[in-house]
Design a protein around this ligand. Structure first.
Ligand code: C5P
Length: 239
């Protein structure tokens, strides 16, 4: 049975192995997965994944947000899957061929998640990037368009904000995974920072999210374990 804490993905957005392991020690019984993102992966290399395995039975989310030509993606996913992470991420931007190359190469335990529209972006950002005005103003439609491309290419799920997760689940079904960052509990002393499309943990799970990426509200809390447990209680209230 999936427990409330299993929904929580804690990003190890930390500069080195020592700091990462300090948080793993504090949170290993309180989260479902640890996310290794660009900061830690670039600092420590793939060895950080086996080091984490020795410390915790929690799953590993390798958040590389890859984005390249299809052949490079195919080769990158062959390499990335060898580490046995539960999830590896890719950007949607270059379309179906690139996503298919990545999805076909992902193997073993590894599922591929496609990042739709970063939760740090809003309509204004997309207009300035040259997106069509109607899609920039209707982010749900844009996320659904990208999700369809990702699903048809063979991805196992998407990363999207809590504002779009209900629509993604309605259109693509329960089994197609939705991971939601941009989580800000009402009780958190942390501001939204660079995040734009934020929701609370309860709302994200209520809308159908399978996992929540929740970083600074836990990492920067006075008591990170307590913040994590409070998040789990909030999730439990809507299950
Ligand atoms: O909760 P907080 O804002 O600190 O979360 C930041 C984390 O969420 C970072 O690790 C970032 O890479 C991740 N993120 C994500 N997808 C997004 C936005 C943020 O995985 N669309």
């Amino acid at each position: 049975m999936k427990l409330p804490r299993d929904y929580i993905i804690f990003p190890l957005d930390l500069p080195n192995r020592k700091e990462a392991m300090r948080y793993v020690g504090i949170l290993k019984d309180s989260v479902g997965l640890f996310k290794v993102g660009l900061e830690l992966f670039i600092a420590e290399g793939p060895g950080i994944i086996s080091a984490l395995r020795q410390e915790t039975a929690a799953g590993i989310f390798l958040d590389l947000k890859l984005h390249d030509i299809p052949e490079t993606m195919r080769r990158a996913f062959l390499s990335a899957s060898a580490h046995g992470a539960a999830f590896v991420t890719v950007h949607c931007e270059q379309g179906q061929e690139m996503l298919k190359a990545a999805a076909d190469a992902a193997h073993g335990e590894t599922k591929i998640l496609a990042v739709t529209v970063l939760t740090s972006l809003n309509s204004g950002h997309l207009v300035s990037l040259g997106y069509r005005e109607d899609l920039s103003r209707d982010l749900k439609r844009l996320v659904l368009l990208k999700t369809r491309v990702a699903r048809d290419a063979g991805c196992h799920g998407v990363v999207c904000s809590g504002h779009e997760v209900g629509a993604v689940k309605k259109e693509f079904g329960r089994d197609f995974l939705a991971v939601t960052p941009g989580i800000r509990p009402k009780w958190s002393i942390i501001d939204k920072d660079d995040q734009q499309r934020i929701v609370t943990p309860a709302d994200a799970v209520g809308y159908g999210a399978d996992y929540l990426v929740i970083g600074r509200p836990i990492r920067d809390a006075r008591d990170p374990k307590e913040a994590c447990e409070r998040t789990a209680e909030e999730i439990a209230s809507v299950l």
